[in-house]
Design a binder for this molecule. Structure first.
Ligand code: ADP
Ligand code: MG
Ligand code: MG
Length: 355
């Protein structure tokens, strides 16, 4: 019997196009023969305006890799969703949505309420993994080393004139320059600035505040950037470690998505003890936020001191054939189709657990 997979992609987020690319790669892998399990793919697409679309539109978006252009009432909102009638025809959902409204626990909540098995983290793991402040609190509790940071609320940035200078004074005293200013709930480096002066700090805070109520400011480190893929539920496994190199000031949006700007090296040329340390931290990070299924955990390796600092966890990492997550597993002996297969089995295993 074929298992019916609800591939849920697109999403009301700045990483919409990345999601389409990830979904294409996963759909292709699911359609491949050679697995013991043969799958039947049901596509469900969420447009940029948040409207949901069934197989015909979803298929067209996947084929053309062009986001749907909606004008106002282009599709059904979730509440009046004909697509949801498919619920009874789907065995496992595979939400491959990146960023807010998909990687953050919202979609995971809908699927949980509908009592549907799905790939990846549940509500808590997704939400903790998306919010950089909550994530860092969970990591600190687990004893994971990370950079110094301060949580900031938008109201402090957009308040009357005497609050902002005091906030900047505190940031300068606690973290100094350079530092990073980020919206707490985003990805793909959107809204992130590296700042070196009071002027830049004020501008960066104002910019980040336009994306999110919750902001985070971090001390900057000079370090190599290394990533580790994790797979599994209660006993997760870590992959080999990969490294990203680039010439730009930091791993910003353009560097991430312009071909040829960043190079991946797998496995990363690291001392064995450091690789082991990173793998152990990656598994601890997954457990600290209660992630499940898959996660990519990103680190800073300060070569001069030998220090490893955790940067973040991504609970629905980029999943194209050239993305870090599947490539790390490929280098660890698990092919792309085998990885997709494993994730579906992990989703079913989790759904069978007593709550
Ligand atoms: P996102 O979730 O958008 O990927 P990150 O927190 O990973 O956000 O930051 C994006 C990039 O910015 C990192 O990959 C790194 O290049 C740079 N960066 C972020 N924080 C720091 C920091 N504290 N020190 C040095 N570089 C940083
Ligand atoms: Mg991220
Ligand atoms: Mg990142």
């Amino acid at each position: 019997v074929k298992q019916r997979i609800g591939l849920l992609f697109g999403g009301c987020s700045g990483e919409h196009e990345v999601s389409i690319a990830s979904a294409r790669a996963i759909a292709e892998a699911l359609a491949k023969d050679g697995n013991d399990n043969a799958y039947e793919v049901r596509l469900v697409y969420i447009a940029k305006d948040g409207s949901w679309h069934g197989p015909e539109t979803a298929e067209q978006v996947l084929q053309t890799a062009e986001p749907l252009v909606t004008r106002g009432n282009g599709g059904a909102t979730l509440a009046r969703l004909p697509v949801l009638e498919q619920v009874n025809q789907i065995d496992v959902w595979f939400p491959i949505l990146h960023g807010p409204n998909g990687e953050d626990g919202t979609v995971q909540g809908v699927l949980t309420l509908m009592q549907q098995p799905f790939v990846g983290s549940g509500v808590l793991g997704s939400a903790l993994g998306m919010d950089k402040i909550a994530m860092k609190m969970a990591f600190a509790q687990a004893g994971l080393p990370q950079v110094d940071y301060m949580a900031v609320n938008r109201s402090q940035v957009w308040s009357n004139a005497c609050v902002l200078p005091k906030l900047c004074d505190r940031i300068e005293a606690q973290l100094g320059y350079p530092c990073f200013v980020k919206p707490a709930n985003l990805g793909s480096s959107v809204g992130i600035s590296k700042v070196r002066s009071r002027d830049q700090l004020e501008t960066a805070l104002d910019n980040a505040a336009s994306y999110d109520r919750r902001l985070i400011v971090e001390a900057a480190v000079t370090a190599r950037e290394v990533e580790c893929a994790v797979l599994g539920n209660d006993m997760p496994q870590a992959s080999v470690v990969g490294e990203i190199s680039f010439d730009s000031d930091f791993y910003d949006y353009d560097t991430k998505y312009t071909a040829g700007q960043a190079a991946l090296q797998i496995p990363a040329p690291l001392p064995e003890t450091i690789s082991r340390q990173i793998q152990a931290y990656a598994v601890q990070a997954v457990q600290a936020v209660d992630a499940a299924g898959l996660a990519r955990v990103d680190f800073f390796y300060v070569e001069t001191t030998g220090q490893v600092l955790i940067n973040e966890i991504n609970t629905l990492p980029g999943f194209t054939a050239t993305s870090m997550y599947p490539r790390l597993w490929q280098a660890s002996g698990l092919s792309f189709p085998a990885l997709v297969d494993r994730l579906i089995q992990l989703a079913l295993a989790r759904a069978r657990e007593t709550p």
